[in-house]
Design a protein around this ligand. Structure first.
Ligand code: BGC
Length: 720
């Protein structure tokens, strides 16, 4: 970067204030139905040096054209960079992040990010607004779909894998895109799950739950970070110097760019912390936000802020330097057109589709399977594929669909028809996803009655989750419950494909159907993946990355709760419980069935003691006790039973996979580092307390599913 430093300083020296602020200004392309376009007035901004980056512009020809203007028609010829929400695939669409988290598989997470980067870069993109790292414990919040669920440790592993996948080894490579860890921080804790609402979390929760995934992303080298829309205890993150500047930049050493969320700098005014754009711009800049996405608050506010003495030129220069450094890291000064379409050969496209099918199969959670209804090994003579989500290919895209095209997705019906070419497969929607019209139910019921097997496809529309997708009643929308009720009464085995961006609270459906598959939004190969699981070509191995409640009243619900002084005692009124329902969720974190059964035995540790800086091995024998081969996801939890502050009843600290033939037994080894047992002390620095710790291994965060052993921590403080 040495040569680049000189170039950057040279540019800074040559830039006017307007050009400097221009580098901090990010504007969006028009997103027309026909694809993105460059608004004419933005072209004028670009030529005048008042635009440094764009979002939502993709497509290699258009981008070359716009980049050419930046390079050839602006005074200093500084190239633009182009960002886009490549959240779960670009053209090839992978399962939504919540679904992919269910695979508990860092290699998979990295691979799908790599493919997404290759495709995004081929479309001229240089940065993605991903990974989304908000720990999400509230199914009412639509953005839980974009998250890796409720667990900070798991989300941190997603962070590392995604940053590696998007950025590759060299950010300047033709197929690398910069990652943006978002939304820093605690956005998942919005009050009552309502989008853009206030957040009030303790310092401890912030440091223990919400920040670790961002810390992991920074350690993995994320090029960018996006502060969240929300406040924490009254301080909007866009203006949160304590988190952005003092913690993330100063203590963690993050030297990449901070990109505001969409219009977030201007929104400091309605947040009630800035009187006007001048104050808003000054607050964000001082907190460490380099790039103003779509608020033009820097453009309109910074010159006056400088005059009023609210910011200094040195502070503006620091932001510009970081933006130019990112452009240098991306290789844009060496070749502004470096990201160009590699020949997307048929072979390459096929390999991406293959990966999408694999990712989708590994993300499907087998929630219930009464009497071994699944798999359906031999093709039934007559199948009724019913429900509003059975054959809408576009719905398979899920929220945030990148450059994915609805017509390229495989619907469930299409996948099943391919899997069972000789079966008679009838289809009726019965009802729409969201409508009061029940006139189609009788016809669906008739088809169910005549079928040997019913596959009922119900759930949410893709627009119902993702940003702005909060739902106070996260159940089946419209009259789908009436359809399900009728079909379940037809006396035929019913397999439910439950499509959603969140846990859907439909306990009755789980109760009544023979089997339920949580299929989330699986992307391009949804139909094939679902058929693979239904037919038994693929034995499901995914696990819930989020606790699945029975009722809205239990929310927020998550496994890593703190113990209470009055644990539940059904016979004692004054214990921690509800009067009108159980405390327990419907399905625990880690729940997910297989077509085989795995037994766990002989949990042991390689040493009885653990010292700071050291690790021990935790070993367990896992046996495939069923009749078919399968892959088991093995989870390791810890608990510190007596500490200076109350510690969660379980905390995830390890995961492993074992693929076993029927009857096969394997000793599975997981590593537990002493540092994984540290927690923020009173000064919020990691602290490792000596004493006994409990170690649990098993498939899910359920006491009756876990084996337990112990070890001793021998240390006082942990090294960072
Ligand atoms: C979202 C971000 C996204 C940005 C750009 C915002 O509304 O909160 O997650 O990256 O838009 O599309």
């Amino acid at each position: 970067m040495k040569g680049h430093d000189a170039r950057i300083e040279g540019l800074l020296g040559a830039m006017t204030l307007e050009e400097k602020i221009g580098q901090l200004n990010m504007l969006t392309a028009d997103l027309a139905v026909t694809g993105p376009g460059m608004p004419a007035d933005y072209m004028a901004e670009l030529k005048a040096g008042r635009l440094g980056s764009m979002l939502n512009l993709y497509g290699i020809d258009l981008m070359r054209q716009v980049q050419r203007v930046a390079v050839e028609e602006t005074r200093l010829g500084i190239p633009l960079f182009f960002g886009f929400d490549v959240i779960h695939g670009h053209r090839t669409i992978f399962p939504i992040p919540l679904a992919e988290a269910a695979a508990f598989d860092p290699e998979l997470w990295e691979k799908t990010a790599r493919i997404a980067a290759v495709e995004a870069a081929a479309d001229g993109l240089t940065l993605t607004f991903a990974p989304m790292l908000d720990v999400a414990r509230d199914p009412r919040w639509g953005r839980i779909a974009e998250s890796a669920g409720e667990d900070p440790w798991l989300t941190a592993r997603v962070a590392e894998a995604k940053v590696r996948g998007f950025q590759g080894k060299d950010l300047a490579a033709q197929d690398a895109v910069a990652a943006t860890a978002k939304h820093l921080a605690a956005y998942g804790a919005v009050l009552a799950g309502r989008e853009y609402a206030q957040v009030d979390v303790s310092e401890r929760a912030l440091h223990e739950i919400y920040l670790p995934p961002f810390r992991a992303a920074v350690a993995a080298g994320t090029a960018a970070i996006m502060p969240a829309f929300n406040d924490i205890a009254g301080v909007p993150l866009t203006a949160h110097a304590g988190v952005l500047r003092d913690l993330v930049r100063a203590r963690w050493g993050f030297d990449g760019v901070m990109i505001s969320d969409y219009n977030a700098i201007a929104e400091l005014i309605p947040h009630g912390v800035a009187a006007d754009l001048v104050e808003a711009a000054a607050l964000a800049l001082k907190a460490g936000v380099d790039i103003d996405m779509m608020a033009t608050a820097y453009k309109r506010g910074l010159p006056a802020a400088l005059q009023r003495g609210l910011v200094t030129l040195a502070e503006i220069d620091a932001c510009v330097r970081r933006v130019l450094a990112l452009k240098a890291r991306l290789g844009l000064f060496d070749d502004p057109y470096r990201r160009r379409a590699p020949v997307m050969t048929a072979e390459r496209i096929a390999s991406h589709r293959h990966a999408a099918r694999e990712a989708a199969r590994r993300s499907i959670v087998l929630m219930t399977n009464r009497g071994g209804a699944l798999p359906v090994a031999s093709a039934p003579a007559r199948v009724a594929v019913l429900g509003p989500l059975a054959d809408i290919a576009e719905e398979m895209l899920g929220p945030w669909s990148g450059a994915g095209r609805g017509e390229e997705m495989v619907s469930y019906l299409a996948g099943l028809r391919q899997a069972w070419p000789r079966s008679r497969i009838d289809h009726a929607r019965g009802v729409e996803i969201e409508s009061d019209d029940t006139s189609g139910i009788p016809a669906a019921f008739d088809l169910a009655r005549q079928a040997d097997l019913v596959i009922l496809c119900v759930g949410e529309a893709r627009w119902m989750s993702g940003e702005g997708g909060s739902r106070a009643r996260p159940g089946l929308p419209g009259r789908q419950a009436a359809l399900a009720d009728a079909v379940l009464g037809a006396g035929k085995p019913v397999i439910v494909l439950l499509t959603s961006g969140r846990p859907l609270l439909v306990p009755w459906l789980f109760e009544r159907a023979e089997a339920v598959l949580a299929v989330w939004y699986l992307g391009s190969e949804a139909g094939h993946a679902v058929a693979d699981v239904i037919t038994g070509c693929f034995n499901p191995s995914a696990r819930l990355p989020v606790t699945w409640p029975v009722e809205v009243g239990q929310i927020p619900i998550f496994y890593a709760r703190l113990p209470t002084g009055r644990p539940i005692d059904p016979s004692f009124r004054y214990s921690s419980k509800y009067l009108d329902m159980a405390n327990e969720p419907l399905f625990a974190f880690g729940h997910g069935l297989s077509y085989t059964r795995f037994d766990y035995a002989n949990l042991s540790t390689s040493a009885p003691e653990l010292r700071a800086g050291e690790s021990i091995a935790v070993e367990v024998d896992v046996t495939n006790a069923g009749a078919v081969a399968g892959t088991e996801t093995i989870l390791l939890f810890v608990r510190d039973p007596v500490a200076s502050i109350s510690r969660p009843v379980l905390e995830l600290r390890g995961m492993a996979k074992a693929t076993l033939a029927p009857g096969e037994r394997r000793s599975v080894r997981l590593t537990l580092a002493a540092e994984a047992l540290a927690f923020p002390g009173p000064d919020l620095q990691p602290r490792l307390e000596p004493g006994e710790i409990e170690i649990f291994v098993g498939p899910a965060a359920r006491a009756d599913a876990l084996l337990k052993t112990k070890a001793r921590v021998v240390a006082s403080t942990a090294k960072r």
